[in-house]
Design a protein around this ligand. Structure first.
Ligand SMILES: Cc1cc2nc3c(=O)[nH]c(=O)nc-3n(C[C@H](O)[C@H](O)[C@H](O)COP(=O)(O)OP(=O)(O)OC[C@H]3O[C@@H](n4cnc5c(N)ncnc54)[C@H](O)[C@@H]3O)c2cc1C
Length: 229
């Protein structure tokens, strides 16, 4: 069982990490940041390379107040992150589409997190294995102990970046459309929310899997990321 780091630091401590627009949707509790990051599966990593922004989807894992990202040592975004340039990471959970009585007030229900900071490459072997384990267990819980561990060559070919979660923000929108009072009184059509839920499908065995090997418990019984409400 992986022991979690328990250090707690303040959320959104800087001007750039403080939501300005629709600030009523900003959430100050660090526990909600944890929940959003733990419920998400992929993030978007933003870096600036040669003066131009680059945003790439990638996997991640959280250990206490550290976010881990990984990739090939040959990857441009990993190289940029390793060089200590500022990075920004976003995790988005789309919870539903909000159908308002006007086009203007159509919206989405969501939970989202934005993390600002500088990435630090993790080079110590023990720390790197721990971070990779956190990341693997986030995307594929149960796989670290079930599968072969990284070889020295595989470890050397992998960049692991650690990003401190001190400078982070969370926004949440939930509930009904917010319509103009005139529209509520005059529009005769439907308004409301169409919730979006994520569920896993049944496991599909690898094409080259010998007959008679079933998917293990941690794959078969994996809970849906969005439990029914
Ligand atoms: C799925 C989804 C769809 C959205 N669609 C729209 C849309 O179509 N139009 C629109 O105007 N807005 C949309 N938003 C909200 C959008 O993300 C911004 O919050 C909003 O546009 C305000 O942007 P801004 O540039 O004024 O940010 P500011 O409020 O100036 O941002 C300041 C800081 O607040 C934090 N912050 C801002 N937004 C978020 C966020 N969503 N989550 C966590 N931290 C945040 C960041 O740290 C940022 O640096 C959407 C959000 C989500 C999750």
């Amino acid at each position: 069982m992986l022991e979690r780091v328990t250090t707690r630091l303040p959320l959104s401590p800087t001007e750039r990490s403080t939501p300005q627009r629709s600030a009523n949707r900003a959430v100050a509790e660090r526990e909600i940041l944890d929940e959003v990051l733990d419920a998400g599966l992929v993030c978007h990593l933003a870096v600036t390379i040669d003066g131009a922004p680059l945003v790439l989807p990638t996997g991640y894992g959280r250990d206490g107040d550290t976010l881990y990202l990984h990739g090939s040592t040959g990857s441009a975004s990993m190289r940029a992150g390793s060089a200590g340039v500022p990075v920004c990471v976003a995790v988005t959970l789309l919870d539903g589409i909000v159908y308002a009585r006007s086009v203007f007030h159509h919206s989405v229900n969501y939970r989202s997190a934005v993390v600002h900071g500088r990435a630090v490459p993790v080079t110590d072997d023990e720390a790197k294995l721990r971070g990779l384990r956190v990341l693997t267990e986030h995307l594929a819980p149960g796989s670290w102990d079930y599968t072969r561990q990284p070889s020295r060559k595989e470890l050397a070919a992998t960049t692991l970046l650690a990003i401190d979660l001190t400078e982070a923000s969370v926004k949440v929108r939930a509930g009904s459309p917010i319509d103009e009072p005139d529209d509520v009184g005059t529009h005769e059509g439907w308004a409301g929310v169409l919730p979006l839920r994520r569920i896993w499908g049944p496991p599909v065995s690898s094409d080259d899997l010998p007959a008679g090997i079933d998917a293990p418990e941690h794959v078969m019984r994996r809970p849906a990321p969005d439990p029914p409400c």
